[in-house]
Design a protein. Sequence first.
Length: 255
Amino acid sequence: MGYEERRLLYLPVRLLQPGPGARSRHTVALQELSASIRQVGVLQPLTVCRSGGQYLVVSGNRRLMAAKMAELGEVPCILTELGERDQALIALTENLQREDLHYFEEAELLRQYMQRSGLSQAQAARRLGRSQSAVANKLRLLGHPAEVRSALRERGLSERHARELLRVSGTQARLAVIEEISDRRLSVTQTEKYIDAYLENGRPPVSDKLRRRDARLFLERVARDTAGLRRSGMAAEFQCREEPEAFLLTVRIEK
């Protein structure tokens, strides 16, 4: 990155604008940082660049939020003139350090970082202080379509669950597996065995709970259809008896 200017200034907080990717969420970690700043001040300067009559925070959004919470009037800043590409890379690097990132957000930021920087997986891993395998595993998660990502997030399933699910082909099959492992609260190890059984049989194993649910839905549909026939003037009867091992269903419709 080519920095054209770099000097330390103490700037009023009111003149600082949060940079790209800034979050307003007040986490426990942010509150702890604010308490520390209230005691000893901001030890690591923010990196800023000029933006009209104000300054845009390129790196240090969390420190700026914590300083505002601590009611500081000014904070130390390193003023630098950066190109748009360099600003974006610094912002992406900082975002990747956030503690509240979901694993899909982190994977997307990694992809953006590599696209903007032109770095390979190995180079990006070294630059970010990670192993190449960790970066590769994170990027693999982007193989999930949006519908599957949304289901994984809604069900609160872990990154390791999401990686296991990559072994299943097809969006609908993955959604079915997500529903099953979530309803049964399967651990990652149990999920691995469940998916092994799916790959061996060609379809997800269905739990007793889901079997009973599907059976009852079918019976309710037959009962509604039979009632509809009666309303149309046909002589139709529906009877269902639940036995220990099965439902015994009888439907009589006069010719």
